[in-house]
Design a protein around this ligand. Sequence first.
Ligand code: FAD
Length: 155
Amino acid sequence: MPSHRSDDEDKPCRACSDFKTWAKGQNKVTFTSPNKPQHPRPKDCPLDKDEIGRSTWGFLHSMASYFPDKPTKKQSEDMARFFNIFAQFYPCEPCAIDFQEDLKRHPPKTSSGTALARWLCERHNTVNKKLGKPVFDCSKVHERWRDGWKDGSCD
Ligand SMILES: Cc1cc2nc3c(=O)[nH]c(=O)nc-3n(C[C@H](O)[C@H](O)[C@H](O)COP(=O)(O)OP(=O)(O)OC[C@H]3O[C@@H](n4cnc5c(N)ncnc54)[C@H](O)[C@@H]3O)c2cc1C
């Protein structure tokens, strides 16, 4: 069953489910439903949980990888504040609640760009483990999100 928006219990929360689960909960026809009219899903629909997750990780890892290696005190404090505020407003509520708990156990490491990128990689791996996904090798986080792979395949 898809989750529901906290401000309106009758409306399922798209941002908390993948599209197929959400559509099933709504009894909607989908482009993958067998024996039903086929229509492609338009590109400008609201994002589902996985689309929001993928885009958000892309933004967060890029931001962490470009964070200065010698930040000012204010930059360090602002970045820590950013993650705490981000965790309050992440649109998938069950994801946000778990992320807030994880932040309490592992507060943002904002002393340098490398520390931040590594810390965020570990936070993402916590979610990966929860979802049964492979764990990412955090020694490669700058290759993935800033420099491109050492084999030159992104150049
Ligand atoms: C803060 C947050 C909390 C979330 N919580 C939940 C949740 O509780 N339940 C849920 O179902 N979904 C959650 N999601 C969404 C989930 O993490 C995935 O984004 C979603 O399942 C889509 O997964 P994906 O396989 O496309 O790859 P994603 O996990 O979105 O990863 C995108 C890309 O990042 C790279 N990557 C993978 N792991 C790492 C890492 N550790 N460090 C650096 N780069 C990496 C890989 O190249 C991967 O292709 C959350 C997302 C965010 C941003």
